[in-house]
Design a binder for this molecule. Structure first.
Ligand SMILES: [Zn+2]
Length: 116
């Protein structure tokens, strides 16, 4: 166990995490809405497909954005986990060389962090 394992988040990650939470909540709300709407229509035996399709399109849009945000977050999580093999300095996902000792970082990327 290491004590240097910090869950340090960059501002973008924090932003995206918040956005993901917002989208997750909105998606649940839309799904709930759509289900309720369909139920209302069904009990009145009058299904308005055009209304449902419009609602579903909004839901799909939110779902798509949520997927994209989650994809970026996953990339940031795996990418930001880097640590210099020579001096143990943490580095950001895009760094090619250690800011502290100048060692190239890309060779030291652990293979289990790729394609996770
Ligand atoms: Zn280093």
């Amino acid at each position: 166990m290491t004590t240097t394992e910090t869950q340090q988040s960059s501002p973008t990650t924090v932003d995206l995490t918040r956005r993901r939470d917002e989208l997750t909540a909105r998606l649940a709300e839309l799904q709930w809405d759509l289900g309720g709407l369909l139920y209302e229509m069904a009990t009145r035996n009058h299904i308005r497909v055009d209304v449902l399709v419009r609602r579903a399109a909004v839901l799909q849009e939110v779902d798509g954005e949520l997927g994209e945000v989650e994809r970026i977050l996953r990339m940031e999580e795996t990418g930001a986990a880097g640590q210099c093999a020579s001096c143990s300095a943490p580095h950001s996902s895009g760094a090619a060389y250690c800011w502290q000792c100048g060692q190239p970082l890309l060779e030291h990327v652990p293979s289990h962090a790729i394609g996770a």
